[in-house]
Design a protein around this ligand. Structure first.
Ligand SMILES: *[C@@H]1O[C@H](CO)[C@@H](O)[C@H](O)[C@H]1NC(C)=O
Ligand SMILES: *[C@@H]1O[C@H](CO)[C@@H](O)[C@H](O)[C@H]1NC(C)=O
Ligand SMILES: *[C@@H]1O[C@H](CO)[C@@H](O)[C@H](O)[C@H]1NC(C)=O
Ligand SMILES: *[C@@H]1O[C@H](CO)[C@@H](O)[C@H](O)[C@H]1NC(C)=O
Ligand SMILES: *[C@@H]1O[C@H](CO)[C@@H](O)[C@H](O)[C@H]1NC(C)=O
Ligand SMILES: *[C@@H]1O[C@H](CO)[C@@H](O)[C@H](O)[C@H]1NC(C)=O
Ligand SMILES: CC(=O)N[C@H]1CO[C@H](CO)[C@@H](O)[C@@H]1O
Length: 355
């Protein structure tokens, strides 16, 4: 075959590969185009960008790049987080009614049930974060307050009244599990939804983080957020007029269960975003079973600009969120490449014989 024909055949090959690989990406249901347009390719650039412009609050970025410190329920853990200004964007912590150092009156303290004793109260916790944020402009840390009962939430309102209006430079999320969730969870009593929303009305700038109690672990495989559970969430939001206020909403979902619930979660988010945009916050406990492939698919199906990721580092690393082509669709691309290469081989053999 002469050089002109060879050149034409090679060009044809490249066009074909580009085309087929492109449509394999599009066909795989991932919102690659959207993500590509909105996020700088280099994670380091993205990170600096987040820091400089306080994009933590903004839309249209790679929300999975936001870093979390989980269960910061002691003075020592808080000290550690606050000693590293650039490392952590968001502090997540739990609040129960309990005793400071085991003494005195019950009050809101930082601890996770079944613990009821802590060495730091909610008031001290918020004050220290506020002081830190005042001294570190551009590196302010967000805070997610996970209230474990309606009693501790209502008992915290005075403290929140004093502090939240002063926390203007960083996002504040108020979290509670307001409904019973998967899998047939019946041991933990959910936080009373109506009373929780009534209290939250006072903090318009706070994001509502509202989820389901869960029953999951290393030995679970099949649980999902059922359609009934998602409908109950929507009903509760509607009944309490939350959707009309335009208040920010995120749904915290447990990674292993969320991975099995793509359709239901899409329906929920779609129903809510008719009036306002909402996000998912995927969280996980150490040791939880998670189908990584399905979780990755879930995250890309919403897009990186709609999913916060508060999971152990090991799981985050396995997710490889650099591009949607990982996992199953890499196989598709590889397959289509091989297919085109085969065609090319057949074509060039044919050309050699006929020219
Ligand atoms: C993929 O789909 C998007 C939007 O539907 C379109 O703009 C783009 O050109 C498509 N890409 C390819 C390679 O087909
Ligand atoms: C909040 O800010 C106001 C006005 O700057 C101040 O008087 C008040 O003490 C602050 N509250 C706390 C808890 O720091
Ligand atoms: C919780 O559910 C399990 C399984 O359905 C059941 O065996 C158990 O009795 C229930 N516990 C309570 C406190 O209702
Ligand atoms: C609402 O959510 C659905 C499901 O995630 C999404 O497809 C749709 O684009 C969203 N609408 C807006 C206006 O963001
Ligand atoms: C939701 O987000 C989309 C994309 O960022 C935006 O175009 C739309 O206006 C938002 N809708 C509401 C109700 O905030
Ligand atoms: C999004 O952020 C994660 C975490 O930093 C990173 O691993 C991933 O590469 C980013 N993805 C894109 C498309 O920027
Ligand atoms: C009117 C409006 O869009 N309100 C809120 C919608 O949700 C986002 C984030 O969840 C908030 O930032 C908006 O203020």
């Amino acid at each position: 075959m002469d050089s002109k024909t060879a050149f034409l055949a090679t060009t044809l090959l490249f066009v074909l590969v580009a085309k087929i690989n492109g449509s394999a990406l599009n066909a795989s249901n991932y919102q690659y185009q959207v993500v590509e347009r909105r996020t700088p390719a280099d994670p380091q650039v993205e990170y600096t960008f987040l820091k400089q412009s306080n994009m933590v609050k903004a839309w249209g970025t790679n929300l999975t790049a936001i870093t979390w410190a989980h269960a910061v329920n002691s003075q020592q853990l808080l000290d550690e987080v606050l000693s590293k200004p650039g490392d952590i964007d968001f502090i997540e912590a739990d609040i129960v009614l309990g005793k400071l150092n085991g003494e005195g009156e019950d009050m809101p303290v930082m601890a996770h049930p079944p613990a009821t004793i802590s060495d730091i109260t909610l008031a001290q916790f918020l004050y220290q974060i506020m002081e830190f944020n005042r001294a570190h402009e551009g590196q302010e840390k967000g805070v997610k307050l996970d209230f474990k009962s309606i009693e501790v939430f209502e008992g915290s309102l005075d403290i929140l009244d004093e502090n939240i209006p002063n926390m203007t430079s960083n996002p504040v999320w108020i979290n509670a599990d307001i409904l019973s969730g998967p899998v047939d969870q019946n041991r933990t009593v959910p936080v009373d939804a109506d009373r929780f929303f009534a209290g939250c009305m006072r903090y318009k700038q706070a994001v509502l983080s509202i989820g389901w109690t869960t029953n999951w672990g290393a030995d679970f495989r099949d649980g999902e957020y059922t359609q009934d559970q998602c409908d109950a969430m929507l009903e509760s939001l509607t009944a309490n007029n939350v959707l009309s206020t335009g208040q920010g909403i995120t749904f915290p979902v447990r990674a292993g269960i969320a991975a099995n619930s793509e359709d239901q979660l899409h329906r929920l988010v779609a129903a809510v975003n008719e009036t306002n945009n909402s996000t998912l916050t995927v969280w996980s406990s150490a040791g939880d079973y998670v189908d990584v492939e399905k979780l990755r698919k879930l995250i890309w199906s919403f897009g990186l600009d709609r999913v916060y990721l508060d999971v152990p580092e090991e799981l985050a690393a396995q997710l490889e969120l650099g591009n949607p082509g990982n996992g199953a669709s890499t196989f598709k691309s590889l397959f289509s490449f091989s297919f085109v290469a085969l065609c090319f081989w057949a074509l060039s053999s044919w050309l050699q014989r006929n020219i």
